[in-house]
Design a protein. Structure first.
Length: 367
């Protein structure tokens, strides 16, 4: 019980500390310079509470730099010093005692545990789940055809926490994940910087895309990190059908990807019921919002979206019920985990492409 409280409640409480800055930007409170500093102060505290929020730090940096430091008459050195001093003061207060005790190296090694391996013991639904599945598939096919002299056991599917290696495809070092993550950030950051006027919506879109890219390509990503995407994305979804569509797809795949964490038979009905109720309420709410005041309301989902959601439902029907009923639990114990990760990862990548298309293409066309 204590583990569950820390594992689930602590990230939720910490993320709740970020909401004031997000809501403040959404409601345009940040038009005041004092609110810019307050947003920077709150986020610096938040980042020291949970380094997971490093995912969205580029969005805060680029937005505050442009909105607070660059004025009509040029770059404000005074504002830049104020902003930098405030953030540095928070970090000094947090890390200062460790520096004085000579323990900074220990802190950094625990904050960035690269020895834990590319994937979590249970894969997050990102590109590395697809990569690991492809690696395993190639190993099995190559071994049966006599083309590869590799063992089918172990590898990324060992279920262990550690620096595991792939069987056929090249192993991915941490530097590759860092580079790929930076590459997913760059279009969003550049788009936000080139926007003629830094707005709360442009900030939120950049924030979501930075979090999304980090989730998809990061090192040892935990499945709960999708909350970094869904919570701020919900602020955009309430008045934009395109973001609502992406939000519904991401939240559906994201919640289903958490199912294996509740693995007891007694928890099956609870998790399925809660997910269905949430999905139904969100769908009805968005459908009402986009149809309000219109004679012919646009559809929230396309045909392809519906096909994917149906596919996701069928996969979960097998994972939650049919797998055990067919007596495959002992022989293929981790197959439901693999199917869940891969099926949800497909939706995650698809939704990421949709969101980037919305931000970079559709927004520019409608501008």
């Amino acid at each position: 019980m204590d583990f569950c409280l820390v594992f689930w409640c602590f990230p939720s409480v910490v993320f709740a500390r970020c909401i004031p800055t997000l809501i403040g930007n959404k409601l345009k409170y940040v038009d005041c310079q004092g609110e810019d500093l307050l947003g920077a102060f709150l986020f610096a505290i938040l980042l020291n509470f949970k380094h997971l929020f490093l995912y969205i730090s580029p969005a805060y940096f680029i937005y505050l730099l442009k909105h607070y430091c660059f004025k009509k008459n040029g770059f404000s050195v005074v504002n830049f010093v104020k902003l930098g001093s405030l953030v540095v003061a928070v970090f000094l207060l947090s890390f200062g005692p460790f520096v004085l005790l000579g323990q900074l190296g220990q802190v950094i090694s625990r904050l960035f545990p690269f020895k834990r391996g590319l994937c979590h013991a249970y894969w997050a639904a990102n590109v590395w789940a697809l990569y690991s599945t492809l690696d395993k598939g190639l190993a099995v096919i190559g071994s049966r055809l006599g083309l590869l002299g590799v063992s089918q056991g172990g590898g990324m599917m060992s279920g262990l926490v550690g620096d595991m290696h792939t069987l056929v495809l090249p192993s991915i070092p941490p530097i590759v994940t860092i580079i790929l993550t930076l590459l997913t950030w760059i279009p969003a950051i550049v788009h936000t910087w080139l926007t003629s006027n830094a707005t709360p919506r442009s900030f939120l879109k950049c924030l979501v895309l930075c979090a999304y890219g980090s989730f998809l390509c990061g090192w040892h990503v935990h499945e709960k990190a999708i909350l970094m995407v869904t919570i701020p994305l919900s602020l955009l979804a309430v008045d934009d059908i395109r973001c609502a569509r992406v939000f519904m797809l991401v939240s559906t795949a994201g919640h289903i990807a958490l199912f294996p964490l509740l693995y007891q038979p007694a928890e099956l009905l609870i998790k399925v019921t809660l997910c269905f109720i949430y999905w139904a309420i969100a769908y009805m709410g968005f459908s009402y919002t986009i149809s309000f005041g219109r004679r012919k309301a646009p559809q929230l989902f396309t045909t392809f979206d519906k096909m994917y959601l149906t596919f996701l439902f069928v996969v979960q029907l097998y994972c939650c019920l049919l797998h055990d009923l067919l007596g495959l639990h002992a022989r293929l114990e981790f197959l439901p985990l693999l199917l869940t990760s891969v099926s949800c990862a497909i939706g995650m990548v698809y939704s990421w492409v949709l969101l980037y298309y919305t931000v970079l293409i559709t927004d520019r066309t409608n501008a």
